[in-house]
Design a protein around this ligand. Sequence first.
Ligand code: M6R
Length: 605
Amino acid sequence: MCGIVGVLGKHEVAPMLVEALKRLEYRGYDSAGIATVNGGKLDRRRAVGKLVNLQDLLVHQPLAGKAGIGHTRWATHGAPTERNAHPHRAGKVSVVHNGIIENFRELRAELAECGLAPETETDTETVAMLVSHYLESGLPPVEAASKALGRLEGAFALAFLFDGEEDLIVAARKGSPLAIGHGSGEMFVGSDAIALAPMTDRITYLEEGDWAVVTRAGAEIFDESGAPVQREEKRVRLDQTQVDKAGYKHFMAKEIAQQPTVLAEALGAYLKGDEIVLPSPGLDFTEVDRLVLVACGTAYYACLTAKYWFEKLARIPVEVDIASEFRYREPPVTKGTVALFVSQSGETADTLAALRYCAGRADRIASVVNVETSTIARESDLALPIHAGVEVGVASTKAFTCQLNVLLLLAIKAAEARGRMAAAEKSELLAQLRALPGLFNAALDRDGAIAEAARKISEARDVLFLGRGMMYPLALEGALKLKEISYIHAEAYASGELKHGPIALIDKSVPVIVMAPRDGLFDKTVSNMQEVMARGGKVCLISDARGIEEAGDGIWQSIPLPDVDERLAPLLYALPAQLLAYHAAIAKGTDVDQPRNLAKSVTVE
Ligand code: M6R
């Protein structure tokens, strides 16, 4: 988490740093700060809370200089106060950091022996103190930074700025992403290409352990051993970096509304007629004995849904795990296993660590990612883009449906390769899938009914979500969406589990949202719903028109959706789940795009 940026510009850099930080705010928004070097002297401005507070401060206390670094923070060590805000400074160096320095206590103790005391509670300040200590011992800036880098354990993307050096930023990457941007007579560093998009589309991604000496003339890159290395410069597609709200009130609203379009585009990217074309080098499903799917949060729920598809359609055994559990459990990963990692950002620390655990153990490492240049994509044998476009809202919406889309296409491909799906069935299913963007539009048209239900739900303290079969992971996703942006406590259960305990929670104050298309399990879910209503529970049923009719009387709220092939229902039913959360958050007046305590990209474990 946290976003960092650095600019060696031709003009004043403060506005450029702020613009880049605006684009990085999805990585954290507890505080923000910038530092520049001007007339040989380092200076900085920092403000608690969102970037707008820093912008206000800069109006009253501008910061001059053509070289600078900036930071937007998601607090790990130390409360989100101004004192703990980056850039941190010690002596003649300023630093911004994304990640966690795990050995900062040992380093602090060592520096204390030299009489150096920290002023903040952060791990990052220790890095500045260490570099400063080496500067004081007589090392020049690059050598001081390089020596300090060799002492750091943990994960970091770092950028250093020095007193007296107006044409130098030292940048380093280990465990957290970092991009270098090339301009004409200007150079940039940033946590991602999106941050640098207004300034350049020429990007070099640092690799694990790399560090760079950046001047206006270019960047010299070194690997962890200190050997000079060449890293490719790439052109980043600008359509992947557009981050405006396009007239919507929130990014989340825009991203929900984009789903018919992005799904159609994503299908277009994978389908040639009825052939599902994977990017090179593809995947031979006839040789796969077992799939291991690993992810976090919403992406994990996409994996749980995919388990139903792979097992039902292709008869491949599937294990699904949360990355933070998987990585430390040391699970056996045997030959014949394909390990598949799903991540919108492609930078989630736990998912990346799980991927690295599987590398060399699994037959193949595959990933389903939105950010095609991300570390997870780069470290996979096969990276499958979801083509969702930039997702800014912290609550994942279009990325979820686009992840489901790619996972379903993979399952269909696997079913076909393993002789489990005849050409006619495949063709019919793909036709249904192509029709799905139209059904998405119809679901979005139910916005009024959903907003009405959401307003009532927003008055509750606790909400339950129920679903069976493929609707169970969707219930989990619905509950996650609601809690993360409206702060309403929400839990999800497989409908059949209700009477094994959770039914004790039911009373008239707890809305129960039931996601139940009229599929093979519908009658069973209806019985569970009756059990809820018999105990005074208020049911909000999301189903198709006939499902709502067949469910009978006593339903508190109903949200009718178009009929849909039951295998595709998880994609369609995601939309009302997202809209319910969105409208509940609006009703509660919470910060939809930047909910408290969260960040879009979780690059620390
Ligand atoms: O970038 P990733 O898909 O790896 O992120 C995983 C989770 O952090 C993410 O899905 C998170 O749960 C979202 N806030 C959910 O809306």
